[in-house]
Design a protein around this ligand. Structure first.
Ligand code: NAD
Length: 473
């Protein structure tokens, strides 16, 4: 059984106790991970504080170069990282429309390279006879990164790379459900970075909240559920930590009657079922105009019935298992509630026999707002399809959610679709696509989907504070 270790100050650190990591496709133990305690966290923060003095002072081009080297090193270890991701998270190596571990590692490389290319040059605000004023962007200190289990490596990269690029040092605590690829990435990066610049601690409970309270950490970047985000916000108030909170979502997609049903059905299916629906900005509520309701339902059902759900290590698998039993239980609960509310199951709807946390791709028609499957974030392979008549009503219903991560409008009339998409109360509004994130476009939530943005220049500034320098003439 492979045992992983913490990495603190560039060194591999063992702990007294270890916890098991299981493969959600087989429920077998695949590795053991260290249970860090508060002393380990303190050591990691102290190492990161010491390393900050050096790392924040090196030339900007050196940091950019190190990120390039890390991207190369991830690419050299792509196969191993993909396998670890599939075994701990469940997503297939390839997956439906290429959305699997290969994409996760490929995306990690792409985001690292894109972040390496970004910069925050000094801005000259005024230069005249009165005064000279410039604005500098300075790193914050030690950044604490807390990613979730659904895209463990890619989200770790989204946290770590902009932090490092801007001169901060990092302590990362991955989800205890999916720590393996992240530990391996930190090992790889530590062969390139000076000791203490990037540290990793793992534990089953307690360390995330201790990070949020820790006086030596200047910022927490967190991706996960809204309730945990609230707790982090409370704990982080002790030393006024900066926060980026990327939280839950319940994204609506609205389909206008003028679409080509055959063309949009596979795109909508992929937007909803990518990563088995376990994606923050997946399409989670589908509003379809009554004129095309039955034809789109039929086209989606045909796809759902054809997709192959199975062990992600096997060739030809489109969708894997749910990552964990709690998430599977939630999907079963929401399906049964929708059934009681009169939902018409177009595919799936019954748990697949174990072992493994499998549930088939499930489409539920004839449900509406007020049913839990529509109102709550399902985070699994089950999509409610809601019929609408008037577009204003559809927009109002889409906006009635407390969440505001993403939303989409599907139509062949682009100006109309764009105008409607901009009425959606969400951080990302898409036309004829959904969950279409990329490193050069800022991404973040509104309302209870959190605050702060990731990616591009806007994302980079979140890891800095400003210093305005004024020279009076
Ligand atoms: P979660 O909130 O349960 O856990 C996320 C991380 O926080 C884990 O590493 C966990 O160990 C840690 N944690 C738990 N309690 C903590 C505490 N009190 N203080 C500090 N850290 C704590 O979320 P999850 O179940 O891992 O992920 C699923 C959720 O994440 C969904 O709601 C999904 O929408 C959301 N998500 C959002 C985005 C986004 O970009 N907005 C991306 C992916 C996932």
């Amino acid at each position: 059984m492979k045992k992983f270790n913490l990495i603190i100050d560039g060194k591999s650190v063992s702990t007294e106790r270890y916890f098991n990591v299981i493969n959600p496709a087989t429920e077998e133990v695949i590795a053991q991970c260290p249970s860090a305690n508060i002393i380990h966290l303190d050591l990691a923060v102290e190492a990161a504080q010491r390393a900050f003095a050096l790392w924040s002072a090196v030339d900007d081009s050196v940091r950019a170069q190190k990120l390039h080297e890390i991207a190369d090193a991830i690419a050299q270890n792509q196969e191993e990282l993909m396998k670890l991701l599939t075994m701990e998270m469940g997503k297939p190596l390839a997956g439906y429309q290429g959305i699997g571990s290969g994409m996760e590692v490929g995306g990690s490389i792409a985001w690292t390279l894109a972040t390496a290319e970004l910069s925050l040059p000094v801005e000259i605000i005024q230069d005249n006879d009165d005064a000279y004023i410039e604005v500098h962007r300075k790193p914050l200190g030690v950044v604490g990164s807390i990613p979730p289990w659904n895209w463990p490596l890619m989200i770790a990269i989204w946290h770590v790379m902009p932090a490092l690029r801007t001169g901060n040092t990092v302590v990362i605590k991955p989800s205890s459900l999916t720590p393996l690829a992240t530990i391996r990435f930190v090992e790889i990066a530590n062969q390139i970075l000076p000791p203490g610049v990037l540290n990793i601690v793992t534990a089953e409970t307690g360390i995330g909240s201790a990070m949020a309270r820790h006086p030596g950490i200047s910022k927490i970047v967190f991706t996960g559920s809204t309730p945990t985000g609230r707790q982090i916000m409370q704990n982080a108030s002790s030393n006024l930590k900066r926060l980026t909170l990327e939280l839950g979502g319940n994204d609506a997609g609205i389909v206008l009657p003028d679409v080509n049903v055959t063309d949009v059905a596979p795109k909508i299916f992929a937007a909803a079922f990518n990563n088995n629906g376990q994606t923050c900005a997946a399409l989670k509520r589908l509003y379809v105009h009554e004129d095309i309701y039955e034809s789109l339902c039929a086209a989606l059902a045909e796809i759902a019935q054809a997709v192959v759900t199975g062990n992600g290590l096997d060739a030809g698998v489109d969708l894997g298992p749910l990552q964990n039993k709690d998430q599977l239980d939630l999907v079963i609960e929401l399906a049964e509630d929708a059934r009681k509310a009169g939902g018409r199951f177009l595919s799936g709807g019954r748990q697949t026999k174990g072992p493994g946390f499998f549930y088939p791709a499930t489409l539920v028609a004839d449900v509406s707002d007020g049913v839990r499957l529509v109102d709550e974030e399902q985070f699994g392979p089950i999509l409610p399809i809601i019929k609408y008549t008037g577009i204003n009503d559809a927009i109002n219903r889409a906006n009635s959610s407390p969440f505001g991560l993403g939303g989409s409008v599907w139509s062949s009339d682009i100006p109309k679709a764009k105008a409607l998409a901009m009425q959606l109360e969400c951080g990302s509004a898409w036309v004829n696509t959904h969950a279409a994130i990329q490193p050069n476009a800022p991404f973040g939530g509104v309302k209870q989907s959190g605050f702060g943005v990731e990616f591009a220049r806007d994302g980079l500034t979140e890891y800095t504070s400003i210093q305005t320098v004024k020279i009076q003439k």
